[in-house]
Design a binder for this molecule. Structure first.
Ligand SMILES: Cc1cc2nc3c(=O)[nH]c(=O)nc-3n(C[C@H](O)[C@H](O)[C@H](O)COP(=O)(O)OP(=O)(O)OC[C@H]3O[C@@H](n4cnc5c(N)ncnc54)[C@H](O)[C@@H]3O)c2cc1C
Length: 423
């Protein structure tokens, strides 16, 4: 049994750090957030899934987010120019709201930050320096940091939370091993104007000859990102700006959507994909959000998992026992793993094969029977509901696995599965 946790230092003021701070502060735990005030002009993480909405409501920030975002009623997947699977979230049924938002991410982070501030969370605009104490994996705030915050905790906090996202401050300090995914892609993204309008404001995901791309409709502009193996980008130029713009201009499938675009903000590049820390807590520290693990962004699960994880961690901290922390770690890893399995069906081509099989078979009795069931289940991938519930998971793995084989779409399966794999 740990001593009860009365004070918590959170490193990182993104969605996971600020959500956790709000929740702990509401439980009257002494909490402070160390954050870096300077943010990039644009940040990824703009497409939300309906599964996040109940958490935004519990935080009390949904109305604010709605005020600067576009209303997102569904998702569209483009296999190519002619084959599009488009579904409103309402077709997924289920218990979740049938909408989400596409958010300018800087405003989204600011909304949660401001709520925390309003509710009395203490913020320090410095990156906390942490050190090993030499006692097992115990950590402490450095003397310089304690001095900089005017000994706010009256000594050391009971718990240090790493919510620094991909910086993975604690995992790097302690050399915590991580399981990496198979993909080594990069993402290049920016905001464009003068592109093809998107109405209704679905997220659009495009399978490309090489890699894939997103189009996210934001107020007055469109976020366009490419996720691709970096070797495919080399012919397009030396700088990330050249590569991004030339790729958009030259890609056969995609250029129609962005022809004549204007870009008034920088191109941002993200490396490192799919990484899950093997250990998520220690003697007096714990990891949350991307700092604990992150996935490829294809299904827009990141901010949802980050905020949901903050809720889970707030409960864990309230209990404060080793058993509770072990449970937290187990549940976090399990959740990342089931989402990772889903992500794999996008890259190995099986999800696309399924769309094609579905379309080709729609005029048969079997197609008419299975069609609506598949639409419901596939829509739930994009609402964030598909991986929860044993039946949903089984169904998904069945339809993207055995069912395709069972239907013996010999020609389609053998010829196109490998073609549909993302290179
Ligand atoms: C290409 C790409 C596209 C994505 N698209 C989506 C999407 O459409 N939808 C979606 O939901 N998710 C998406 N994500 C994932 C999403 O961005 C993350 O999952 C989410 O931001 C995680 O939130 P977080 O609070 O854990 O970390 P972050 O949002 O990274 O926040 C961490 C914070 O910690 C700060 N920080 C770092 N180091 C320190 C330090 N030493 N001291 C103090 N502060 C520090 C950072 O400045 C940052 O503010 C995408 C990710 C990528 C890479």
């Amino acid at each position: 049994m740990r001593k009860s946790i009365k004070s918590v230092a959170i490193l990182g003021g993104g969605p996971s750090g600020c959500s956790l701070a709000i929740l702990l502060n509401r439980k009257r735990i002494k909490v402070s957030v160390f954050y870096i005030p300077k943010r990039p002009e644009i940040i990824v993480g703009e497409s939300l899934v309906p599964a996040i909405i109940p958490y935004l409501k519990m935080l009390g920030v949904e109305d604010e987010i709605k005020s600067f975002s576009t209303y997102k009623p569904g998702a569209s997947v483009w296999l190519n120019q002619a084959e599009v699977f488009s579904s409103p979230f309402s077709k997924g049924g289920g218990t979740l709201p049938h909408y989400a938002y596409n958010v300018p991410r800087v405003d989204f982070d600011r909304a949660i930050f401001n709520l925390a501030l309003k509710e009395g969370v203490k913020f320090f605009d410095i990156p906390a320096k942490i050190e090993k104490t030499g006692n097992g994996d115990e950590l402490k705030l450095s003397d310089v940091t304690i001095e900089a915050i005017d000994n706010y905790f009256d000594g050391q906090p009971d718990l240090i939370v790493d919510a620094t996202g991909r910086s993975r401050t604690i995992a790097r300090l302690l050399d915590i091993p991580a399981v990496e995914g198979n993909r080594k892609d990069v993402a290049l993204f920016s905001h464009l104007t003068h592109t093809e309008p998107i109405e209704p404001y679905n997220i659009h995901l495009h399978r490309l000859d090489k890699g894939w791309a997103w189009r996210i409709p934001l107020p007055g502009r469109t976020s366009v990102g490419i996720v691709i193996n970096p070797r495919h980008l080399e012919p397009f130029g030396k700088t990330k700006e050249e590569q991004y713009e030339n790729f958009l201009k030259q890609d056969n499938e995609f250029r129609k959507f962005t022809v004549g675009f204007q870009r008034n903000v920088p191109v941002n590049q993200y490396n490192n994909y799919q990484l899950i820390s093997e250990k998520m807590f220690g003697q007096n520290w714990v990891l949350t959000g991307d700092a604990g693990g992150f996935l490829d962004p294809i299904f827009s699960s990141g901010t949802y998992l980050a905020i949901k994880g903050a809720f889970r961690l707030a409960e864990t901290i309230t209990v404060g026992t080793d058993v509770a922390f072990k449970k937290y770690q187990k549940e976090q890893k399990w959740e990342l793993k089931i989402w990772q399995d889903l992500v794999d069906t996008w890259y190995n081509g099986r999800l696309f094969t399924l769309f094609k099989v579905g379309q080709d078979r729609m005029d048969t009795a079997f197609g008419r029977f299975i069609g609506p069931v598949m639409q419901k289940r596939l829509t739930r991938i994009f609402s964030g509901e598909a991986v929860y519930g044993a039946f949903s998971r089984w169904f998904l793995y069945f339809v993207t696995g055995s069912m395709i084989d069972l239907m013996k779409m010999g020609r389609l399966h053998n010829r196109e599965k490998s073609e549909l794999e993302i290179k």
